[in-house]
Design a protein around this ligand. Structure first.
Ligand SMILES: Nc1ncnc2c1ncn2[C@@H]1O[C@H](COP(=O)(O)OP(=O)(O)OP(=O)(O)O)[C@@H](O)[C@H]1O
Ligand SMILES: Nc1nc2c(c(=O)[nH]1)N[C@H]1C(S)=C(S)[C@@H](COP(=O)(O)O)O[C@H]1N2
Length: 182
């Protein structure tokens, strides 16, 4: 067991933002899709810290702070609530808690999604850092998750190195993490 008594694996935050899934009106398929992606791509031992919250800015921000500050997740992936509808507030909540935004993540994910659906431009998804945590928004459609993560994951381990987080290693047959030569 680690110091925190929660096991040696790195905690990774998986947050689904959905009014209906959080009320039990449909089963959450976004969180499981993220977990399945991480299970394929990461060789570093990790464990999911799953959260399911309604589209409420303060609640989303509170969960992101908990995962970053209390659980010290190096990576938090958030799905849902990134669009232009009035209740879509995930990008605002992410920006509320991040110290710095990384616009390249959103740009790359929208560009990849745009090869699949013209409505990709409707996602306002952002990414940013809070302490040693990288937070990345993903669209709510479960099918968007692999598309978006494929577009960015090669840069995720080095980003976490640069902010002082733990080393994450990927299975190179799934995603070759890029770390510039020293
Ligand atoms: N977590 C999820 N699990 C399963 N399907 C989802 C999930 N999130 C979104 N979807 C599907 O993608 C569609 C668009 O997602 P979006 O995030 O815009 O949902 P929404 O219309 O805002 O509703 P809600 O917040 O209640 O999920 C949804 O109508 C639903 O069919
Ligand atoms: N890859 C991918 N990206 C996508 C989509 C999709 O189906 N696949 N849906 C788009 C749509 S229709 C919307 S409204 C926005 C925001 O979705 P969200 O509010 O569920 O996060 O994501 C967009 N990005």
């Amino acid at each position: 067991m680690s110091e925190a008594g929660r096991g040696p694996e790195l905690p990774i935050g998986i947050v689904t933002v959905s009014d209906r899934a959080s009320r039990g009106l449909y089963a959450d398929r976004g969180g499981p899709a993220i977990a399945a992606y991480l299970a394929r791509v990461l060789v570093t031992p990790w464990r999911p810290e799953r959260r399911l919250v309604p589209d409420e800015r303060p609640l989303i921000a509170e969960v992101l702070r908990e995962l970053a500050d209390d659980l010290r997740c190096p990576l938090v992936l958030v799905t849902g609530g990134t669009g232009p509808a009035p209740r879509d507030v995930t990008p605002e909540a992410t920006a509320d808690v991040c110290e710095r935004l990384l616009p390249g993540f959103g740009e790359a994910m929208r560009a990849a999604s745009l090869t699949e659906v013209p409505t990709a431009i409707l996602s306002r998804q952002v990414a940013g850092t809070r302490g040693t945590t990288l937070i990345v928004d993903l669209p709510g459609k479960p099918s968007a998750i692999a598309t978006c993560l494929d577009a960015i994951f090669a840069a995720v381990p080095y980003c976490i190195d640069l902010i002082g987080g733990p080393r994450l290693d990927t299975d190179p047959s799934v995603c070759k993490a890029f770390r510039p030569a020293a």
